[in-house]
Design a binder for this molecule. Structure first.
Ligand SMILES: *[C@@H]1O[C@H](CO)[C@@H](O)[C@H](O)[C@H]1NC(C)=O
Ligand SMILES: *[C@@H]1O[C@H](CO)[C@@H](O)[C@H](O)[C@H]1NC(C)=O
Ligand SMILES: *[C@@H]1O[C@H](CO)[C@@H](O)[C@H](O)[C@H]1NC(C)=O
Length: 456
């Protein structure tokens, strides 16, 4: 893949949108805000663009606290996540990377209809997810429920859910394990039971639960006393919502948007179905290689009902060459991350649509008999190890798969020795199958075992 100098300088010159992320550990996106907004540190993992300078006065994040903190912290529930959903990594769409706070009923339903017209639903895509900024700034003063913004969602969230369900798809919503969301809308900390019941009554199927605006006494400054991060304040905030979701009649798929903090991979599967491994994605090759490099260290935690979330997709958002978009998709596939497309789907061209609907890659991702991801192997004894690794292999019900990515800054020839591929037994001969082209490579004749080869 080739990233030109021009694209690099454009990426650096970009500004983060209002309420967007502009810094934090591992952040490779824009670090400056639009005029009138400034980048304010929220914690070591997250800085965001807030209005004005300083960000501490007159911003929308200073919303009133919920009426009462009726949380169930004292009992620290241990309710496991539903087994009726979330066995396989989610396939869907989320509006944030495309629209940020400018979300609406029309944009959500357009994405749902694009799922049908572009063949995404047929390829297995299912979730249409709404991110931040969907409600009014204040809860209902009487019921204390979060209220959908009628200017964005004139038929409420229940109205969108009904239309999304009528298309045979599922609807996701967003809230936050703090007193306010990242953009300053009502958070669910202390209001978990009410909010989970509200989301369920609307017909919601998926919750992305963010980590902004956490009161000081709910954060973790060091290891929890017993050394188990499941018992950290962070985990307990997510456990409270998990227990509230489990009480609802609808099964919820539950994504812990905890930015790779509190060693979430250790306990995430006891609380939800997937968990974010980093801050927000950005449409840059540097983000892709960075998150691949982070995630590769934690692949042993991935299996059925347990998925490291590498964040929403950037295909279609510029800044990435076709090869880089292919690598982006393939890496989320072979690491079995949720894949939530993050763009205006109607603007994707045929090359991009064929990347995101590649049937053989999706079959690996959605394999119902083997839940583990591909993991790195050394291509040959003399091969130097790279960071992130470039050679991965994994088992699937269709055979052994090999995935090769190119993370170098120069064109490269990639070679490997069959004997070094874990799971390939015997001395061959093997059939090499190109998953992008969907065909066997011509120079192979005999089939003993199938080797699926991804060429990036
Ligand atoms: C490997 O990636 C670099 C950087 O994107 C690119 O210049 C090079 O052409 C790529 N090589 C191959 C074989 O794709
Ligand atoms: C933080 O303080 C609030 C308000 O006093 C209280 O309800 C909550 O239980 C505290 N959280 C923790 C983890 O101690
Ligand atoms: C689709 O867009 C990519 C850029 O993202 C471009 O390189 C490619 O040639 C386009 N394909 C078609 C068929 O227009």
């Amino acid at each position: 893949m080739h990233l030109s100098a021009l694209q690099v300088s454009l990426a650096l010159a970009q500004t983060a949108p209002p309420f967007g992320q502009c810094g934090g550990q591992g952040w490779t996106g824009a670090t400056t805000c639009e005029s009138g907004w400034s980048c304010v540190v929220s914690n070591p993992y997250y800085s965001q663009c807030l209005q004005g300078s300083g960000g501490s006065s007159g911003t929308s994040t200073s919303t009133a606290s919920p009426p009462s903190l009726t949380g169930i912290a004292v009992t620290a529930p241990t309710t496991p996540p539903s087994k009726d959903t979330g066995m396989l990594p989610a396939l869907g769409w989320n509006g944030w990377n495309a629209y940020g706070c400018s979300i609406s009923d029309a944009k959500v339903l357009a994405a749902a209809n694009d799922f049908i017209s572009l063949g995404l639903k047929d390829a297995g895509y299912e979730y249409i997810n709404i991110d931040d900024c969907w409600p009014l700034m204040e809860r209902d003063p009487t019921t204390h429920e979060i209220v959908p913004d009628p200017s964005k969602f004139p038929n409420g969230i229940s109205g969108v859910a009904a239309e999304v369900h009528a298309l045979g798809l599922k609807l996701g919503i967003y809230s936050d394990a703090g007193t306010a969301t990242c953009a300053g809308y009502p958070g669910s900390l202390g209001m978990e039971s009410l909010d989970a019941a509200t989301f369920s009554s609307w017909g919601v199927d998926y919750l992305k639960y963010d980590n902004c605006n956490v009161p000081g006494n709910w954060t973790d400054s060091s290891n929890p006393q017993d050394g188990d991060w499941y018992n950290s304040n962070s985990a307990i905030r997510y456990r409270q919502m998990g227990a509230a979701l489990a009480e609802q009649s609808r099964p919820f798929q539950y994504d812990l948007c905890i930015w790779g903090t509190a060693e979430v991979w250790e306990w995430g599967a006891r609380v939800g179905h997937s968990w974010r491994m980093s801050g927000d994605s950005s449409p840059s090759w540097s983000y892709l290689t960075e998150i691949i490099g982070i995630n590769v260290q934690y692949l042993s935690f991935v299996d059925f009902y347990a998925h490291n979330d590498m964040d929403m997709m950037e295909i279609g958002n510029g800044g990435l060459t076709v090869q880089e978009q292919r690598t982006h998709f393939a890496a989320w596939i072979f690491m079995k991350s949720p894949i939530l497309l993050g763009t205006d789907l109607s603007a994707l061209n045929s090359t991009q649509v064929s990347i995101i609907t590649n049937p053989e890659l999706l079959a690996f991702h959605q394999d119902a008999t083997i839940g583990t991801p591909a993991t790195p192997f050394s291509a040959s004894a003399s091969m130097p190890t790279t960071s992130p690794p470039e050679y991965y292999s994994g088992a699937s019900s269709a055979g052994v798969h090999v995935f090769i990515i190119n993370t170098s800054s120069a064109a490269a020839t990639k070679t490997f020795t069959f004997a070094n591929v874990p799971g390939l037994t015997g001395s061959g001969p093997f059939v090499v199958h190109d998953m992008w082209a969907g065909e066997d490579l011509k120079w192979n004749v005999f089939s003993v075992s199938k080797l699926f080869c991804y060429r990036g």
